[in-house]
Design a protein. Structure first.
Lengths: 118, 676
């Protein structure tokens, strides 16, 4: 997967499409760039990889076939699903869920946490 | 048979990896070809003369650069002095210097086809590192070539006459320029254009970068010149249906579609247009931004300036009633009974100049091209800013006719896109025409804000960078490195969601007009034309040049030349240069009365051929026919058409088909020499 990051030409279309980019500490095109230069570990401490909704907008728009969402997924996987100390959303998702949290984010968080949907 | 072997050092290219002196010595060890004398000696050296019936290497030598004058002289001298009957040159690929060495052999009185090349550079020294192994391999390659030359028969090139007429397919600036140049050299040219007028895309453009001269002003005189040139015959509203034959002697069938208007009687007054009741047909020339009638002249400066009846939309052709145009036409030029006409003509050369189209944007829903009137393509923008366009050159939004306060350009739409949606290549002209569009807006409306989203700005051309910088520095166009993710129509405006890569932050703006620089692709017919001409196209469908550097305007099929966008993205200056180059190459052939043909062609042994015809379908050049000839049940190869690919020889189940210069026996002997 990492080898595909060198296909990126830094056009920014992924970040322009991403519904979460404005919230992220590192928008998708930047984590593609960083993984390409520093490997997966270089993004594992970011908030962004936990904020990604896995909506795949970035992948639909990317003209080079790079898969930013998959890269985030891999980075998360590298840390183990439950050992994350950053993804606040992962704790008590069902209990904390409210109308303000976008539906998509909620579903994505549940999936990442491995919690069964109630 | 007395054979001489020459080993080239190619400077250090070969010598560094192959022991050339040892090779020159060891080729004289006879085993397969029956020479008895094994005399390791310092090369060049001569072995005791062999008896005439036995093949032996009687001379071998190595030399620094065999292709140089001294090297060639060494070969010619040896041929005369030692009475050589076959020569093997161990050097670079035959693609490089086979012709050079064969000419040398001919000068010394040896049939050139009795000289073979052993490629010990590309296929040996360049791909190996171990000197001993490379030397062994070079020896094997040399032995294979010796085995082949031993069986070589003298071959004699044939001749065919050259029809002194050129066919140019496509009447854009590429085709017009090529036709004019060939005509100026004194040869007849038929220029075939599919649409009702010549001019191509250049006729639709407003000003042209980097000089901003008006496109029509520089194109129209050329169109008129082409139409009035005594050596040029225009076939507009016409298509090439079939091409047969070979360089010097092609035959093409051209379909002249029925215009419904007698081109000789029509004065171009346009009275018929005014009379036509079918007024709401999207005007192709205006990129659909205006309407036209069913009988129409595509644009004001059209050549020929004669209308055509669009039968799909004409009331008479649809319902059998109307003919108002006929009534309005004073010179009685309208002719509803006109039918397509087929003409067949012979040509010596063909120039393919079928141009390009912008890609369809259906797969790029995020830009909202189909949902918002104010999202347009760059080609549409050309019409919008053109004084002869639908708005008379006023920059007005298609939706409400307002002057936009902000215009947003998006570059690379579908270009440099390796996914199924787009094209992997750079379309080459969009960076420049976008800068042009931005300047054109600023000149008319300095108060309008212009922003350009780019990935890279590519301006490698004469005065190109300066032009782009002028847009930024003199006109205040804002260039934003980044791309747009979404265009959303909102309260009569367009909301842009984009990324500013240098700010590393999201850039959202509200704009009035979005212009998409859509990728270009070969025009729809290119594939068909490629097949007709047996001219290969590349993975993207552009017609391929025979060599990307050294033969840029020739196709792989002899006598077929390429120019303009049909061959790949390029701007007008490059298109014109290429068209003149293609014309020059074409003239080179037309100047000759006769062409020498390559004798390495296929030939069927009539005694062995059982007429199965398998080879007929295999031949990519249509060179084999199974009818005609003294024996209709055997096939016959047209040696002028045959390119010597050898497909038929491999396909023939009865071993009747053989390729001269590469006969089955020769190939088998080569394999034996390598393996035994
Ligand atoms: C928006 C835009 C702006 C541009 N601005 C500039 C500029 O400012 N300066 C510049 O240098 N370049 C510019 N260009 C590039 C320029 O348009 C091309 O370089 C040029 O038009 C190429 O000419 P051509 O003759 O190869 O192709 P075309 O103009 O496409 O001509 C091909 C012709 O072949 C005909 N044809 C197609 N198929 C057949 C067939 N089967 N039989 C017969 N005829 C056929 C077509 O009808 C057409 O008339 C621009 C391009 C675009 C898209
Ligand atoms: S998948 Fe993640 S990174 Fe990609 S667009 Fe959706 S939220 Fe953004
Ligand atoms: S869209 Fe693709 S190519 Fe463009 S920056 Fe994102 S990952 Fe790189
Ligand atoms: S006959 Fe056809 S082209 Fe002529 S005026 Fe009627 S609709 Fe128009
Ligand atoms: S494949 Fe061979 S046998 Fe069959 S028709 Fe061709 S030449 Fe004759």
């Amino acid at each position: 997967m990492i080898s595909m990051t060198n296909k990126c030409m830094q056009c920014g279309r992924c970040s322009a499409a991403c519904p979460m980019a404005t919230e992220m500490d590192l928008p998708p095109h930047m984590w593609v760039y960083r993984i390409n230069n520093g490997g997966q570990s270089s993004v594992q401490q970011t908030e962004a990889i936990w904020q990604c909704l896995s909506c795949f907008c970035c992948e639909a728009r990317c003209p080079r076939g790079v898969k930013p969402a998959h890269l985030a997924e891999e980075a998360r996987g590298g840390q183990g699903k439950f050992t994350n100390d950053k993804g606040k959303l992962l704790e008590n998702i069902s209990a904390n869920a409210n109308d303000k949290i976008p539906r998509q984010l909620l579903v994505a968080a549940l999936r990442k946490a491995g919690e069964p949907c109630a | 048979m007395r054979i001489g072997v020459f080993v080239c050092h190619c400077g250090n290219n070969i010598k560094a990896t192959v022991d050339v002196a040892l090779l020159a010595e060891r080729v004289r060890e006879g085993f397969l070809w029956g020479a008895s004398s094994v005399s390791p000696s310092v090369s060049p050296s001569v072995s005791p003369s062999a008896s005439p019936s036995v093949t032996s290497v009687v001379f071998s030598a190595d030399y620094m650069y065999l292709c140089a004058e001294g090297g060639q002289k060494m070969i010619t001298d040896a041929i005369t002095e030692h009475g050589l009957e076959g020569v093997v040159v161990c050097a670079c690929s035959p693609r490089m210097h086979e012709a050079t060495f064969r000419k040398a052999a001919q000068r010394a009185g040896l049939n050139p086809y009795k000289l073979e090349i052993a490629n010990i550079r590309e296929q040996c020294s360049w791909v190996h590192a171990d000197k001993k192994a490379a030397t062994d391999k070079a020896l094997s390659l040399a032995k294979a070539a010796i085995a082949k030359v031993k069986l070589a028969k003298p071959l004699f090139p044939g001749e065919n006459t050259v029809e002194k007429r050129a066919l140019v397919i496509g009447g854009g600036i590429a085709g017009i320029q090529a036709a004019l140049d060939i005509a100026e050299a004194g040869f007849a040219v038929d220029l075939v254009e599919k649409t009702p007028s010549i001019g191509g895309k250049m006729a639709q453009l407003d000003k042209t970068f980097p000089t901003l001269d008006c496109s029509a002003c520089i194109l129209t005189p050329k169109m008129v010149e082409a139409a009035s040139h005594e050596n040029i015959t225009l076939h507009t509203y016409s298509e090439v249906e079939k091409v047969e034959g070979f360089v010097g002697s092609f035959t093409a069938v051209i379909r002249k579609k029925a215009r419904g208007v007698n081109i000789k009687k029509c004065t171009g007054c346009g009275d018929c247009l005014a009379a036509c009741p079918m007024k709401k047909i999207p005007n192709e020339f205006e990129s659909g931004m205006a309407n036209r009638t069913a009988i129409y002249i595509p644009f004001a400066q059209a050549v020929p300036n004669v209308p055509v009846i669009d039968r799909n939309h004409c009331a008479y052709f649809k319902n059998g009633k109307c003919k108002r145009c006929e009534g309005a036409c004073q010179p009685k030029a309208i002719d509803f009974s006109q039918e397509d006409e087929l003409i067949a003509e012979r040509y010596g050369v063909i120039v393919a100049a079928t141009g390009y189209e912008p890609i369809a944007l259906d797969a790029f829903g995020e830009y909202g091209y189909h949902d918002n009137k104010d999202v347009i393509t760059s080609l549409e923008f050309e019409r919008l800013t053109n004084a002869s366009g639908p708005t008379g050159g006023k920059l007005l939004r298609p939706s409400d006719g307002r002057v936009p306060k902000r215009v947003t350009f998006i570059q690379c739409v579908g270009s440099r896109d390796a996914t199924a949606r787009g094209k992997p290549y750079c379309s080459k002209v969009c960076c420049m025409y976008t800068a042009k569009h931005a300047i054109l807006i600023k000149e008319k409306h300095p108060e309008t804000d212009v922003e350009v989203f780019y990935i890279d700005v590519r301006t490698p051309g004469k005065s190109f960078e300066e032009f782009y910088r002028r847009a930024v520095e003199a006109y205040g166009v804002r260039y934003i490195k980044g791309q747009v993710g979404k265009v959303i129509g909102e309260n009569g405006s367009l909301r842009i969601q984009a990324m500013d890569m240098l700010e590393n932050g999201r850039y959202d703006s509200v704009t009035d007009l979005v212009v998409l620089a859509a990728a270009v692709e070969p025009s729809a017919d290119t594939k068909k034309i490629a097949r007709m001409l047996a001219a290969p196209a590349d993975v993207n469908g552009f017609l391929s040049e025979a060599h990307p550097k050294l033969r840029p305007v020739e196709s792989a099929t002899a006598g077929v030349f390429l120019c303009g966008m049909a061959n790949g993205p390029k701007d007008i200056p490059e298109t014109v240069a290429q068209a003149s180059a293609a014309a020059c190459k074409a003239i080179g052939i037309l100047m000759k009365d006769k062409l020498v043909t390559n004798p390495c062609t296929a030939k069927a042994d009539e005694d062995l051929c059982n007429g199965c015809g398998l080879c007929v379908g295999v031949c990519p050049y249509g060179a084999i026919s199974s009818e005609g000839g003294a024996f209709p049940r055997v096939v016959c190869v047209n040696s002028a058409l045959c390119q010597g690919c050898g497909g038929c020889a491999a396909a023939c189940p009865s071993g009747a088909m053989d390729l001269q210069g590469f006969s089955h026996r020769q190939i088998t002997a080569e394999v034996d020499a390598l393996c035994l």
